[in-house]
Design a protein around this ligand. Sequence first.
Ligand code: ADP
Length: 713
Amino acid sequence: MRRGSGDREPAAGREAERVGLDAGAAGEPEREAPEEPREERAPGRPRAAREGDASAVPPPPQPARARGLRLHREAAGKGRGCGRSSGNPADELRPPRPVTVDSSKARTSLGALKISIRQLRWKEFPFGRRLPCDIYWHGVSFHDNDIFSGQVNKFPGMTEMVRKITLSRAVRIMQNLFPEEYNFYPRSWILPDEFQLFVAQVRMVKDGDPSWKPTFIVKPDGGCQGDGIYLIKDPSDIRLAGTLQSRPAVVQEYICKPLLIDKLKFDIRLYVLLKSLDPLEIYIAKDGLSRFCTEPYQEPSPKNLHHVFMHLTNYSLNIHSGNFVHSDSTSTGSKRTFSSILCRLSSKGVDIKKVWSDIISLVIKTVIALTPELKVFYQSDIPAGRPGPTCFQILGFDILLMKNLKPILLEVNANPSMRIEHEQELSPGVFENVPSLVDEEVKVAVIRDTLRLMDPLKNKREKHFPDIYMDRKHRFLPVSDRMSSSKLQLSEISIVRSQPHKKPLAGKEGPSDCEPAGASDTNPNPEAHLPSICLKQVFPKYAKQFNYLRLVDRMANLFIRFLGIKGSMKLGPTGFRTFIRNCKLSSSSLSMAAVDILYIDITRRWNSMTLDQRDSGMCLQAFVEAFFYLAQRKFKMLPLHEQVASLVDLCEYHLSLLDERRLVCGRSSRAGGRAPGSSTPQGATRSAQQADGHPPCCTDSARKSSGPRRALS
Ligand code: ADP
């Protein structure tokens, strides 16, 4: 085991230089309400319920997913794609209608969402709508509502993916492949499964270096707001009794040397938009929040381990400290803008471009670690070929800066708080929610600009009013487009951001909810009064630097191809055998019997570790483990990532040959030919399907992708 991240030198510099600074800064203080609560998962519960509504109000009963689903979807599918042309020339001439947003499930983001919709002059449906809407805004998860068209602001499976254990597992796979690139995540162990491993590894390092005095942080899985978190100096201090079995946890190296400001520890909340999964599109908000501890920091010692106000930066904890400072200034108080921190660091001579580019690297790499399994969830919930919504999601990244300015990922929130009010203590112990202009400033910008990026009618509007939009492009070109990334300076960012811009307060400006749908007709360019977009694209912009990391993503494409049954998330033994056969991986030294044993061994172990007992079969992580094993056997002398890359290349190559053969077969069968073993052209297709448990793929790019044939977005 290597030493803790706390002792490591920054190593993210390699991409840092290449990525370059390209993010902006705002400049107002901000306060934030606690995260949307996460739901505790009950083993065996269906995913819809598991990810569903986390509030005290029970969710409406979910209709059986299979029953009647297709009919619904087909009906809804007809109203889908509102941006598309109807084919009627009269429609082309008519000015585009406002975008419709269903906000009935927005929960605590409702306030910021309402203001955003008003600013955009779109049409809100606060109680839902019988007809499909263009956009559905969910407060908690993809499954808040049954929707079959339009766009929804959650990806299926995201809540699962960012839980502490799942995130640790996903990052660990990447750490095994690319240890240097993924050293921004503290070394972690999953409890109770890896308790013995944790004990053994810590003992080994201590034996080698008796001066090493580590600290560890124990975080319950699925916890939030610092709930149940504690620090320990030795593995024997873990509170094993009873709790771990019922509540698994992650134990992690504690970063002992964080960057301090005013002697206080702080972390950074950054908003990241996952605009699309395939092709991957990532945006980062140009400013974030910094949340401060309320007791001066000291390195952990047995005396201070339990001082939560010293070690945990959670707003929800520190708000209860007598030292919590509400401030309207950007650069003081217990919550400040990240840009104010950067300004301060810059004045001390810190290279803040490098800090930003290290953060951008961290965000891209983390999303790359999450996407493979997200794709599996996506194809399960929205199978290819069936109508369904497209997805996007705002994520909250919590990042700690070490003393040496290296960013460390603490966690990712699927439902970052978007509240625009904060708690104020009216009298001792009596709190009231009061509007917070600062929250509104930061969060409305993130939601509004997410909507602008997702606008389904943008093309239509631009086509309809080309002159106005051309003009707008010149006047309101995003900061990112106006300045090349390499030339961007913080001073320039501040100038752009500080241009006078008044945002309407809720209920004070903008069209009311009851305004006629044609409200935007009077001002054909509803964005004319808005500032430049606060979200900056980082992927595919920096794809060239990061694409080599997407190996597990390519493995997930192979996995999905052999899943066979639509909606399944686990690979059966036949699917695994077909994968081996079609990719020509069996040999005299790897018989099909050995393949079956490999499948059983790995699948059994993974199924005993995960709580998810819904389907039997091999989950993606188990497939990845089997894939690593096969790669190591086949390409013995190479480093692991090269072994795996070689095997992925080989599999994709064989599958592309297979696809080409089927394409030719398909052509000849259409021309009257018969595939061997089939008596009808349909039979030929069917036998091809049966050969790999999947419909034949007829794309020329199959060699490259070998993946799902539908854009996941
Ligand atoms: P939660 O979801 O409960 O907020 P986090 O993982 O965000 O859990 O941890 C809570 C707080 O604990 C963080 O905001 C941070 O201040 C501190 N923390 C978490 N992990 C570490 C770590 N590895 N090193 C140092 N501090 C940490």
